[in-house]
Design a protein around this ligand. Structure first.
Ligand SMILES: [Fe+2]
Ligand SMILES: [Fe+2]
Length: 307
């Protein structure tokens, strides 16, 4: 197994390797070219029947040299670029796998919501695209959303799985999942981790400023978090939870629409409504496990949407 290096050391090594590789390639090229020029000139001078013939032969030799060099360069660059892109793809893949696993870790103790992160992720992508974001931005939000409840690992089972209403104190503990999740993700160097941190921290903020943890309002709330807020609440409403039965989809949609401008960004609610056929399909494609415990029918917790 190769030694694990610090990011600075790794960067230094990569630069040094690149310099050695490029320097080596240039040195080989210069050496081979010099030998070729000297040797071929000597050979042509020996075999050319006249000065005119020698000039013609040298012209063709020059053309041949350029063509062969270009072909060799093409082969070399192709090989190196393919290696580079392959490494990049593998790094991206490992990042995606880590995210998926962090999302799963967050849901592990709360297996009623095992499909929750997948549905939220897909609904987020649909809303983001409808809101005019680029496919790259929409995908980024979809992936980052999978860690929105990462901080739930800090919420005790007695509260997380409580079948009845939460007390004030218990709800204060639940609220901490936003800052705990964001703190775990803080300081990330990739766009994906930075987006995930914003989402974890702000997905329970409300458009009118009455949310938590910071009480941000309107566009102060980062756009990815505003998108996740709608997808998260909609999915929580349409799912069985320890404290409530799943709402019919029509009732959940009406609730989201009613909260446009108070809980949710009204423009994003419009985007959500425009894409309802696809969102319904997502719900149908990712149903929760059939082994859900029957809800107790008790009153919902302090915040039925603290999913
Ligand atoms: Fe949450
Ligand atoms: Fe959630």
């Amino acid at each position: 197994m190769s030694k694990l290096l610090s990011p600075q050391e790794l960067r230094r090594r990569v630069r040094l390797d690149a310099l050695l590789l490029a320097g080596g390639a240039v040195a080989v090229f210069l050496l081979a070219s010099t030998i070729w020029i000297l040797a071929s000139d000597a050979l042509l001078s020996a075999v050319a029947p006249s000065k005119e013939a020698l000039a013609g032969m040298q012209m063709w030799k020059g053309i041949g040299y350029v063509v062969i060099t270009a072909l060799l360069l093409l082969g070399y660059l192709y090989h190196r670029m393919a290696e580079l892109l392959d490494s990049k793809a593998r790094i991206q893949q490992s990042e995606l796998e880590m995210i998926e696993r962090l999302g799963r870790a967050a849901e592990w103790r709360d297996e009623d919501t095992a499909q929750h992160v997948i549905r939220v992720s897909r609904i987020c992508e649909v809303i983001a695209l409808e809101a005019g974001l680029s496919p790259h931005e929409a995908r980024l939000i979809a992936l980052a959303s999978q860690m929105h409840d990462l901080g739930k690992i800090a919420v005790p089972d007695t509260i997380l799985l409580k079948p009845g209403a939460l007390t004030e104190e218990e709800f204060e503990i639940v609220k901490r999942h936003t800052t705990v999740g964001a703190d775990i993700l803080a300081g990330g160097t990739t766009e994906l981790l930075r987006t995930a941190e914003q989402i974890a921290r702000y997905h329970h903020e409300r458009w009118d400023g009455s949310g938590y943890p910071e009480g941000l309002a309107g566009e102060e709330i980062p756009l990815p978090a505003r998108i996740v807020a709608i997808a998260d609440v909609f999915d929580a409403l349409t799912s069985n939870r320890p404290y409530k039965e799943a709402w019919p989809v029509v009732k959940a949609i009406a609730s989201i629409q009613l909260s446009a401008g108070t809980h949710f960004d009204p423009n994003l609610v419009e985007c959500f409504v425009r894409r309802l056929p696809e969102i319904n399909e997502i719900l149908a494609q990712h149903p929760d496990s059939p082994s859900l415990p029957a809800p107790t029918g008790e009153a919902p917790g302090t915040d039925a949407t603290a999913a």
